[in-house]
Design a protein around this ligand. Structure first.
Ligand SMILES: [Zn+2]
Length: 67
């Protein structure tokens, strides 16, 4: 499983093992530290969530300037 500082290879939802915090991280981004444990190694577990809806919503927002 990836740790903080590693480069993400798959856009998905990840949860850290120490605090159960969930993040959505894009491909090519670095995994962050746990906000509660910035001095410790943080393991991020991929949740394989269904994020298709989220992507669609974001696209609609960005392609729809303040009308
Ligand atoms: Zn933590």
């Amino acid at each position: 499983m990836p740790q903080n500082g590693e480069i993400n290879t798959k856009f998905d939802v990840y949860q850290n093992l120490c605090c159960g915090q969930e993040i959505i991280i894009r491909e090519g981004a670095r995994f962050p530290n746990c906000p509660n444990h910035p001095r410790f190694t943080t393991i991020w577990k991929r949740l394989e969530a269904d994020i298709v809806d989220t992507k669609v919503i974001e696209k609609k927002r960005t392609s729809d300037p303040a009308a």
